[in-house]
Design a binder for this molecule. Structure first.
Ligand code: HEC
Ligand code: HEC
Ligand code: HEC
Length: 114
C-alpha cells in the first residue's frame, strides 16, 4: 500500500478545485439576462435581453467590444447613448437600422417596454 498521495491525484485534486472556483465566474460570464435603461425621458424604460439576442444567432463578438463594453452603463457615460446617436447608427442603432434589426426610427414600443 502506498502511504503518500501520488502527484497525479494531487494534480487531479488541484484541477477539480480550480474548476469549482471558476464556476461562479463562468455562470455570470454573460452578465444579467435583462439590462434596463432608464434614461428615457417620458418613454418607458428600455429592456435589453442577452438571451433573445443570442437566440437570433449573434455572437458575443458582434457587440463586444466593437459596440459595447462588458459593463452596464458604459455606453451611456455622459449620456452619450441618446436616440439621436442610435438613429445615426451608433450603439443599438448599429444593427437596429431596418436592415439587420428593426429600425429605431419607428418600433419605439419594441425597446421602450416598461
Ligand atoms: C432598438 C431599441 C430602441 C428603439 C426602437 C427606440 N429606442 Fe429610444 N432609446 C433606446 C435606448 C437604448 C435609449 C437610451 C436609454 C438610456 O441611456 O438609459 C433610448 C432613449 C430614448 C429617449 C431619451 C433620450 C433621448 O435621446 O432623448 C427618448 C425620448 C426615446 N428613446 C424615444 C424613442 C422614440 C420616440 C422611439 C421611436 C421613434 C424610440 N425611442 C425607439 C432604445 C430604443
Ligand atoms: C446584441 C449585442 C450584445 C451581444 C451579442 C452580447 N452582449 Fe453583452 N452586453 C451588451 C450590452 C448592450 C451591454 C451593456 C453595455 C452598456 O450598458 O454599456 C452588455 C453587457 C455585458 C456584460 C456586463 C453586464 C453588467 O452588468 O455590467 C457582460 C458580462 C456581457 N455583456 C457578456 C456577454 C457575453 C459573454 C456575450 C456572448 C454570450 C454577450 N455579452 C453578447 C450587448 C451584447
Ligand atoms: C449586433 C447587432 C445588434 C445590436 C448591437 C443590438 N441588437 Fe437588438 N436585435 C438584433 C437582432 C438581429 C434582433 C432580431 C431581429 C429583429 O427583431 O429585428 C434584435 C432584436 C431585438 C429586440 C426584440 C427581441 C427582444 O429582445 O425582445 C429588442 C427589444 C432589441 N433587439 C433591443 C436592442 C437594444 C435596446 C439594443 C442596444 C442596447 C440592441 N437591441 C442592440 C441585433 C442587435
Amino acid at each position: 500500500m502506498r502511504k503518500y498521495i501520488s502527484p497525479i491525484s494531487l494534480c487531479f485534486l488541484f484541477l477539480l478545485s480550480s474548476i469549482w472556483l471558476a464556476l461562479p465566474q463562468l455562470s455570470s460570464a454573460r452578465g444579467p439576462e435583462i439590462l434596463r435603461y432608464e434614461d428615457t425621458g417620458d418613454e418607458p424604460a428600455v429592456l435589453f435581453s442577452h438571451d433573445s439576442h443570442m437566440a437570433s444567432g449573434l455572437n458575443c463578438g458582434d457587440c463586444h467590444y466593437s459596440i459595447f463594453q462588458k459593463r452596464k452603463g458604459d455606453a451611456d457615460t455622459d449620456r452619450e447613448m441618446t436616440m439621436k446617436a442610435l438613429d445615426e447608427g451608433k450603439y443599438c442603432g448599429k444593427c437596429h437600422n431596418g436592415d439587420h434589426g428593426f429600425s429605431t426610427k419607428e418600433n419605439c414600443g419594441r425597446c421602450h417596454i416598461k
